[in-house]
Design a protein around this ligand. Structure first.
Ligand SMILES: [Mn+2]
Length: 434
């Protein structure tokens, strides 16, 4: 018997890749262990007959001679097929194990006979590529389900782990009749009353991890009634707050603690942080379950894990341009225009006797020219007082200042000495670098 399976609480990427794999391995059964995510549950209420899944505990596992595992390869997430995995260790000939996955490797990864692991946004993409290569026939319902898998795991192509291959796979699915109009309905059904009130407590309860330039929020919640979709509520909360990363610790009525993390900063790798607490995941999303200790203990362990695994974020010094070309207040505007052009700069700090006294930009010169004042000197139209910044300020804070004062250049001062200048161009070059 051929069995396709995936991780507990199967999400759309897991279900879609299972269904897509059945097209590559005809006659295989899909066995689910530990239930499905609530949005998948709702989807299956309508499509359950079309895309049949079995519960692994209803399947005769002793009969499995080909095991196809998708969207996971860590043994600790595959308790429901432990029997098959044990048999594979004892008598390797009795079962062949094939893995399809897109997660980073972990110490407890399965030993497999065949592995299809690539760092794409959704594992469904890998299977769809194979179907496309074989010019497989798929119908609208299949194309839509496979699209759901890719949308879910790439945040509709907006998460940083998205690859061009995910977009290509989606395009192929659209060409095969996928119905984009149905995606939102299944991906993000409205939050119910319990979920909405939890969402508010999360946001109200966020505490910032101190002494860390990246804004990391931690919200610890004692839950009396567990809502169906903790992961989704966490994602929604993260969307609403200004933080770079969010970790929610939920203590459920049964005493277990679920930690769910989300990040949009390279400095915070959620999978790395939660790996320290026995969980795992991607750089942008992950989870862990802790069975003992108090809520406060877990929050302390989380802080330690963050301190240990997160890079300190970029600061102004890493990005600023230096040395700085400065001008004097007595410089004629016409001469300055010429120099700026030559340097390829849009502005410059104005220094007098070693002190920063103003900032002048190409735009100031243009304005002076329009008003017929371009025969004057820099002093007549420079901006002052000047907003400055220290070299060890985190980039996020620098951006905030640029936005608040609507300025494109911040002189960087160490004491009274000008050591660099941070411009919008520097920030853009950093954001778009490889
Ligand atoms: Mn996935």
């Amino acid at each position: 018997m051929k069995l396709i399976t995936t991780h507990e609480t199967a999400d759309f990427d897991a279900l879609a890749s299972c269904v897509a794999l059945r097209k590559l391995y005809p006659g295989a059964e899909i066995g689910i262990g530990g239930g499905v995510a609530p949005n998948v549950h709702q989807y299956l209420a309508l499509h359950g007959n079309r895309f049949r899944t079995e519960r692994c505990r209803d399947v005769d596992l002793s009969d499995v001679d080909l095991l196809i595992v998708t969207d996971v390869r860590r043994r600790s997430r595959l308790h429901h097929i432990e029997e098959v995995l044990e048999r594979a260790t004892r008598t390797p000939r009795s079962v062949r194990i094939v893995v399809w996955d897109h997660h980073p490797s972990a110490p407890d990864d399965l030993q497999s006979d065949e592995e299809h692991v690539q760092p794409v946004g959704a594992v469904t993409t890998l299977v769809v590529e194979e179907l496309a290569a074989r010019s497989a026939d798929i119908d609208r319902e299949e194309a839509t389900l496979f699209s759901l898998g890719i949308h879910e795991d790439t945040g509709s192509l907006a998460y940083s782990r998205t690859s061009s291959r995910d977009a290509t796979a989606l395009a192929w699915l659209l060409g095969h009749g996928a119905r984009p109009g149905l995606l939102q309905r299944f991906l993000r059904p409205p939050l119910d009353v319990v979920e909405r009130s939890l969402l508010i407590s999360i946001v109200d309860g966020i505490e910032e991890v101190p002494a860390f330039g990246t804004r990391i929020g931690v919200s610890a919640q004692e839950i009396e009634e567990a809502p169906a979709e903790l992961a989704r509520v966490t994602t929604e909360a993260f969307r609403m707050i200004p933080h770079d990363a969010l970790f929610c610790v939920y203590r459920l009525p049964n005493g277990k603690m679920h930690i769910i993390g989300r990040s949009q900063s390279d400095a915070v790798t959620v999978g790395g942080v939660l790996g320290e607490l026995g969980g795992g995941g991607h750089s942008g999303a992950g989870s862990a379950v802790v069975r003992e200790g108090s809520l406060a203990d877990v929050v302390t362990r989380l802080h330690t894990a963050i301190e240990k695994t997160c890079r300190h974020p970029e600061v102004v010094r890493d990005l600023m341009s230096s040395p700085v070309r400065t001008v004097t207040p007595r410089m004629p505007l016409r001469e300055l225009a010429h120099s700026l052009h030559e340097w390829g700069h849009a502005g410059a700090p104005v220094m007098e006797a070693g002190k920063l006294v103003g900032m002048i930009s190409r735009r100031d010169i243009e304005r002076a020219k329009r008003d017929g004042r371009d025969s004057l000197t820099v002093a007549s139209c420079m901006a002052h007082p000047v907003h400055t910044i220290a070299p060890d300020t985190p980039l996020s804070e620098a951006l905030k200042q640029m936005k608040a004062h609507n300025i494109g250049r911040l002189p960087v001062l160490e004491g009274a000495r000008i050591v660099g200048i941070l411009s919008r161009e520097d920030v853009l070059a950093y954001l778009y670098e490889e």
